[in-house]
Ligand binder design. Structure first.
Ligand SMILES: [Ca+2]
Length: 184
């Protein structure tokens, strides 16, 4: 009985952890993701193995060595906890993007932007036309950060007129059960 109670507690923790990010699977739409300056495409006939069809495509033909991004809704987080971010991604061979990556933006209770951490976590794009996985574990080290959002990035080469773009699916952002003490 005691074991059963502990197991149920674990399941509740896992299910609440998974709900941090709304719509990381893009099964029906791109709801809860936004960038006012670019228009993403919902890909109905492609996706990573875990959730299947339905993925996020975005990029740019304005290749200047910079990066374009898509951001999730802002989610509540807790100071001092460990977090895990992950994404499946695919770099099509006709894309000239030279980087796909993700980062986390942190905010205070009033939605004021506090900082970005971790930054520039590059995905391995050595293989094209294949769904691959990325994950990274880190701590909420930003003082007073009680909210956060996931930001997905596509980096463009310095020149060229073809489109730099990537596909993203099964984006995950959840709080680990580990509370980190004594970190600076
Ligand atoms: Ca999907």
């Amino acid at each position: 009985m005691k074991y059963m109670v502990l197991w149920l507690l674990l399941m509740v923790q896992l299910s609440s952890a998974q709900s941090l990010l709304q719509n990381g699977t893009f099964d029906q739409s791109l709801d809860h993701w936004d960038n006012p300056s670019i228009t993403p495409i919902w890909v109905s006939n492609d996706g990573a193995p875990a959730s299947g069809n339905g993925s996020l495509r975005f990029g740019s033909t304005f290749n200047n060595g910079g990066s374009v991004w898509m951001q999730s809704d802002i989610m509540p987080v807790k100071e001092g906890y460990r977090y895990i971010m992950a994404s499946s991604y695919k770099l099509p061979s006709d894309s000239i993007a030279n980087g796909l990556w993700m980062s986390i933006y942190w905010y205070d209770e009033m939605d004021n932007y506090l900082g970005e951490y971790p930054w520039d976590q590059r995905f391995n794009i050595g293989q094209t036309d294949t769904w691959l996985d990325f994950d990274y574990t880190f701590e909420n080290i930003i003082t007073d950060a009680t909210k956060a959002r996931v930001v997905l990035w596509v980096t463009t080469p310095a020149s060229g007129s073809d489109e730099s773009y990537g596909l993203f699916d099964d984006v995950i952002f959840f709080q680990d059960t580990v509370f980190v003490t004594g970190f600076e």
